[in-house]
Design a protein around this ligand. Structure first.
Ligand SMILES: Cc1cc2nc3c(=O)[nH]c(=O)nc-3n(C[C@H](O)[C@H](O)[C@H](O)COP(=O)(O)OP(=O)(O)OC[C@H]3O[C@@H](n4cnc5c(N)ncnc54)[C@H](O)[C@@H]3O)c2cc1C
Length: 482
């Protein structure tokens, strides 16, 4: 076997997955068709849950150096409401950061941990058998062998297509032109006209950017262009005139792009030894800025499980929990983007619903629910045994623990953690996979919690036999590391 895992695609999902696998010593090769990270999506927002993941792996400080903290509120269908106070997180903000920087930092993190990343080399085909997957690359005649292949190769995923996995959903019905350029009229005039147009076209915007350029976003309802072909400045001008009655004298574009609003979800995330993550598994319009976040969180869920499988300590059904947990999360994100797209429609019916929702969002509970949804801090995985006691299945926020440390600092190595306020429990049989912190003062509402490497709560209680059963369920037989 050349590698344990080959990952197709070094976007945010692929790079995150490679790093997670390397934390467990898995031999990883990442192949990316392009020589450079895609620069088309300039700035994305990392929402709270993704920020927490970065903190859990010690990456947050370097991301903060390159990004800008912004308020966490106002993202649901761009309805302008402040975030509610007291969100259950130590990181109640959005991090605005260029997507290529996120990819670069994750890729550097993965290679520092020992991942082999080859750019300018695509996955062109594969065949799987009982022992592994033979991968054909775009280098003529090259075939590589790995135990698993993961398609993190984006919306047009070659891996998904070759796997024959269905990708049902809705095709693109509307497109949006987006670009960075200069405007030829005074800023105040632009702002006034934009405010008028946005009365009906909520998806339209022109915002000044540092350095004199403006980010221009123009919806084109009912039109679907070829999203692989960037628009011309002339097309931008025509669309601006159609929507706003003026082209604002736009000139000197830095970049121009178009994207559609197709919404699709892969029927399966795994077929044998081949898995899918990120945009390869789900696509939806960028409203609310959730796509990259969702993909990075897929990778975080999959990484330790696939590593356990490769290392030989995975309980039998562990890898299947990847689809069981992440497929419903993606279905929920697709639904909330469908709802947001309706709320952005210039038609009178949806505009009336938007006004109503805007009013309802003054109720703290409504605003809070929507923000928790968009930021993915509301997720509670169903472990197939009913809801169980809180916070089972939920993520745990970063809390203060012994010696002035933070919980997330203890998760940098991607291992499980027994957080024990009683001081009389043990995870000794699993000490090669699970750390143990006895801390009577930990800010926990339960006596003890067992955390998975992704920070989700796998067990709460204070009974050793019960704990042993849970350790075996998530971390395999004691002392069984291959
Ligand atoms: C306008 C716009 C704004 C957005 N804003 C946000 C936002 O604010 N927040 C957010 O969370 N998301 C946002 N998104 C979505 C986000 O950009 C995507 O969800 C994200 O890039 C998906 O990451 P990925 O790693 O799954 O796939 P990609 O980023 O598409 O990466 C896939 C990689 O696979 C490579 N590849 C393709 N085929 C092959 C092959 N056969 N072999 C090897 N490599 C291959 C590609 O070169 C690429 O590097 C936005 C999207 C758009 C269009």
């Amino acid at each position: 076997m050349d590698f344990d895992v080959i990952i197709a695609g070094c976007g945010p999902a692929g790079a995150m997955l490679a790093a997670e696998l390397r934390l467990h010593g898995v031999r990883v090769l990442v192949l990316d068709a392009e020589t450079e990270p895609a620069s088309f999506v300039r700035v994305v927002g990392l929402h709270i849950r993704s920020i927490e993941l970065m903190a859990m792996r010690g990456l947050l400080d370097s991301l903060l150096e390159h990004g800008r903290r912004r308020p966490a509120g106002g993202f649901f269908a761009a309805i302008d409401k402040p975030a509610p106070t007291g969100l259950d997180t130590a990181h109640a903000y959005l991090l605005g950061i260029p997507q290529p920087v996120v990819v670069r930092l994750l890729e550097e993190h993965a290679t520092r941990l020992g991942a082999d990343v080859r750019r300018g080399c695509a996955v062109a085909g594969f065949e799987q058998d009982d022992e592994g997957v033979s991968v054909e690359t775009s280098n003529p005649g090259e075939r590589l062998r790995a135990r698993y292949l993961v398609g993190c190769d984006g919306a047009r995923s070659t891996v998904r297509k070759l796997l024959g996995v269905g990708f049902p959903g809705e095709p693109s019905r509307n497109e949006t032109l987006m670009g960075e350029m200069e405007v030829g009229v005074p800023g105040a005039e632009v702002a006034a006209r934009v405010a008028e147009v946005r009365e009906t076209h909520k998806a339209f915007s022109i915002r000044p950017f540092p350095g004199g350029a403006h980010r221009v976003v123009v919806p084109v309802p009912g039109h679907v262009g070829d999203s692989t072909q960037p628009p011309t400045l002339e097309e931008f001008r025509r669309r601006l005139i159609a929507v706003a009655g003026t082209d604002f004298g736009v000139h000197s574009p830095r970049w121009l792009s178009r994207f559609g609003d197709a919404t699709r979800l892969a029927e399966r995330y795994r077929v044998g030894r081949v898995l899918l993550a990120g945009d390869a598994a789900h696509i939806h319009p960028p409203t609310g800025g959730q796509g990259l976040n969702l993909g990075v969180q897929d990778a975080f869920n999959l990484g330790w499980k696939l590593a356990a499988q490769v290392r030989g300590w995975a309980p039998e059904t562990l890898l299947d929990t990847y689809q069981a947990e992440r497929h419903p999360v993606a279905a929920e994100v697709l639904d909330n983007t469908r709802a947001q797209m309706e709320l952005l429609s210039p038609e009178p019916g949806p505009r009336a619903v938007r006004r109503l929702l805007t009013e309802l969002m003054d109720l703290d509970e409504v605003n809070r629910r929507l923000i928790e949804k968009i930021t993915a801090i509301d997720i509670r995985y169903d472990f197939g045994e009913g809801p169980g006691p809180e916070p089972l299945g939920r993520r745990m926020r970063d809390i203060d623990v012994a010696q002035g440390r933070h919980l997330y600092d203890l998760l940098h190595h991607g291992r499980g953690l027994l957080l024990d306020r009683t001081g009389r429990l043990t995870a000794a049989g699993w000490s090669d996979r699970v750390d143990h912190l006895a801390d009577p003062d930990a800010a926990l509402d339960v006596p003890c919690a067992l955390l998975r490497p992704d920070g989700h709560v796998a067990w709460v209680g204070d009974d050793q036999r019960d704990l042993d059963a849970r350790l075996a369920r998530w971390f395999g037989a004691p002392g069984s590391r291959a």
